[in-house]
Design a protein around this ligand. Structure first.
Ligand code: MG
Length: 412
């Protein structure tokens, strides 16, 4: 009879060096290709034929985030997923809690894996399982160290070269005979040890010999913002078949837009949906929001779907005095209808007056709100034209915009 192997995924950490744009959200729930990192990681184990049960250890505050991450997975896959377990104050304590919960399932083997390693190849899981089947008590997925390593003397600051020929960089999963690692963890806890940073270290402390299984460079741990960017690039290049739809918006499109409106007597101009006090207003059939018109055309350009005039003809009385946010929202609806998303918007407003600077943040926030985008994906800039040309003569305002759109790959 084949042995039963369980997967234990450790997702209880608080640490986030990925603070930029992600608030204080733990990194395992940050989005990667439109899905939480944890969704990708859990999916890899649920999909592997050699894993009969998967259990995730989470932080007590993260239940809603966890539920959301799991809801993103196809329903049939979730059949072998056990209810999550609340972790402890250190990684070691969290693993111990997970092992205690798995004990009821009496698995023969367990693979312990970091939630922040979403690209774990099925072949690496298979190699760890193979060694466990061969009666190795502890198996470490690891990759050889290729960089030359230096050790710095704490006092003198001098460097010495470390012989790298027998060095390995530890990854996860780390696989174990279940009873052996459960006992090792219980002993470590009883001995007051709570500082082991990985599970083979706990096993080695308890006398288990660790064997090596070949890891994979793709199986890197997402720790820094640079790692997250590398992970996004990798997702974008992965074929759409293996990943959920949102993870495959790798077809990146770019569009530009340009618009001009002339001044006429008035008391404010509308720019990016924000009324900016001025001694004139902009003349136009709608509210003449030159910035939103340029942005709308940029988005339509990115999806090669005509222009604002084609969809909202100025000859149609229906658009007289219309608020221009509806034009922009319509362009975004067209992107969504293609299964795509806006990655970034950038608009430059060109005029001598009014001064845009004091209103820039408000305009940026308003555009982000209209488009339902994080404000970090919206840029608003302004410039004069050095008193040259029609904008220089204060006859009107011009705006130019660009839009970056991500679409799913299609057969065209
Ligand atoms: Mg216009």
């Amino acid at each position: 009879m084949t042995k039963q192997a369980a997967a234990l995924i450790v997702a209880a950490g608080r640490g986030s060096r990925l603070s930029e744009g992600g608030g204080d959200q733990p990194k395992q729930y940050r989005l990667l290709g439109g899905l939480p990192i944890l969704s990708h990681t859990v999916r890899a184990f649920l999909s592997h034929p050699g894993i009969s049960r998967t259990l995730v250890v989470i932080h007590k505050d993260d239940r809603a985030l966890y539920d959301e991450a799991i809801a993103a997975l196809p329903h049939p896959l979730r059949a072998s997923l056990l209810p999550p377990v609340t972790g402890g104050s250190t990684r070691q304590m969290s693993v111990c809690a997970g092992l205690a919960a798995l004990d009821a399932q009496s698995p023969d083997h367990v693979l312990i894996h970091d939630a922040a390693r979403p690209f774990i190849p099925a072949a690496v899981i298979s190699r760890v399982l193979e060694q466990l089947e061969g009666r190795k008590p502890a198996v470490l997925a690891a990759v050889p160290v290729f960089d030359t390593l230096k050790r710095q003397d704490a006092r003198s600051g001098g460097l010495e070269t470390v012989d790298r020929s027998n060095l390995w960089a530890a990854q996860t999963p780390q696989g174990f005979a279940f009873d052996a690692i459960l006992q090792a963890h219980l002993q470590a806890r009883a001995a007051g040890r709570s500082d082991f940073t990985d599970d083979t270290a706990v096993g080695e402390w308890a006398g288990l010999t660790t064997s090596l299984a070949e890891g994979h460079p793709d199986n890197f741990k997402i720790t820094t913002q640079a790692d997250l960017i590398r992970a996004e690039q990798r997702i974008a290049m992965t074929s759409s078949s293996a990943l959920p739809p949102l993870a495959s918006l790798g077809d990146v499109r770019h569009g530009t837009g340009y618009d001009v409106h002339a001044f006429e007597p008035g008391d404010a101009v509308i720019l990016g949906g924000v009324p900016v006090p001025h001694d004139k207003k902009l003349k136009g059939h709608s509210d003449a929001d030159v910035a939103l018109h340029a942005l709308t055309d940029a988005i339509l350009g990115a999806i090669a779907d005509g222009d604002i005039g084609a969809h909202f003809p100025p000859s149609d009385p229906k658009w007289k005095g219309a608020a221009s946010d509806q034009f922009l929202k319509d362009a975004i609806r067209r992107v969504h209808a293609l299964g795509g998303q806006i990655a970034h918007l950038d608009v430059t407003i060109i005029c001598e007056a009014p001064k845009i600077g004091p209103h820039r943040d408000a305009i940026r926030a308003k555009i982000a709100e209209i488009c339902a985008l994080p404000v970090t994906r919206v840029s608003v800039k302004a410039t004069t034209s050095e008193r040259l040309g029609f904008t220089g003569r204060k006859e009107g305002i011009a705006a130019m915009a660009s839009a970056t759109v991500r679409l799913p790959f299609s057969d065209d």
